[in-house]
Design a protein around this ligand. Sequence first.
Ligand SMILES: [Zn+2]
Length: 416
Amino acid sequence: MTENFTLLFLAAFTLTLAARLWLKLRQIRHVAAHRNAVPAEFAERISLASHQKAAAYTIDRSRTAILGTLSEAMLLLAFTLGGGLAALHGLWSAQFGGLAYGLAMIFSVVFISGLIDLPLSLYSQFVVEARHGFNRMTPALFVSDLVKQTLLGLAIGAPVLAVVLWLMDAMGEHWWLWVWLFWSAFNLLMLFIYPTWIAPLFNKFTPLPEGEAKTRIEALLDRCGFRSNGLFVMDGSKRSAHGNAYFTGFGDNKRIVFFDTLLARLTPGEIEAVLAHELGHFRKKHIVQRIALMFAGSLAFLWLLGQLLDAPWFYAGLGVPAQGTALALILFFLVVPVFLFPLAPLSSRWSRRHEFEADAYAAAHADAGELVRALVKLYEDNASTLTPDPLHSLFHDSHPPAAQRIAQLKLKEQLA
Ligand SMILES: [Zn+2]
């Protein structure tokens, strides 16, 4: 059983790694092959120079993603069959027992992964993003973000993990149900406190100023029967030139947040149309569906982990000569993504259907033409490629290709 599991893991690992690299190479080839002509449906709106800028940016990012995939894969092998977890276990089990041992194991893995990831995130922010004019972050801000994230991760992560490890030990064979209840409650709490307690640690939020945009947004919210706990502008420009708009919180704690970069670029009519799209996600219950899927998924995974916890082959098959709750958690979260990759197209397809539904909602409650203009601007400003490789897109794109979205919206515009 142990050897079979090792072979199964290695087969899934190799296939997933090969598929990920192959898809990125396809993406690079496809974008490069189409870099010299703007697709016909965009020819009037997007210049060749912008199209080529988007191609260069996409190719650069795909190359960085290849490095990331390779380093992630090597780290996974080093932790498991390479003996990394076995060595950490030897180190910490000699010092601590019980909870302290569990926390030391988990935090070591998180810390080492973060450390290995650091050069690439520096490269991506200060070389790739900077080269294409998107980086607004200073090295000092990068460091202060990193320090804040680490402290926050420790302050929240340590007690949460301690409770999870304790439940796994103390609750008998149905521990996974207890962990699930705790985990779900914790996630709901985080959704609730994130906008008011955590996001302000990283960004400034100011009320949306009076003006045409605000008047139109309030009229739209009225029309759609939507209540929120305020409209805010976030200083996204302190980190990046990329723009966005989003909802956060839930219940009466809902906020609508616009990046300052988005407001600076779009007209009031376009902002209204973008918000109508976001409202569409809300009204069509996409957000609730996502949360429900997350809860169902974590229940299934915790049940599965419950089955593996006492299986010697699960540990030995992954190169770990010991058993226990912390080791099981670590192995599970390291190894599960390798087996889940083939499901990525399902999740992308689901999310794309939601995008079409949100676009249809926006077309019904605001102006489809304004949304098209906003989308074209956002594609251009964010240097998103208009010519993605179809197979890469199937696995990785949560949004439908620009041409498809715009064609659907134009149809709606003609019908209106
Ligand atoms: Zn959307």
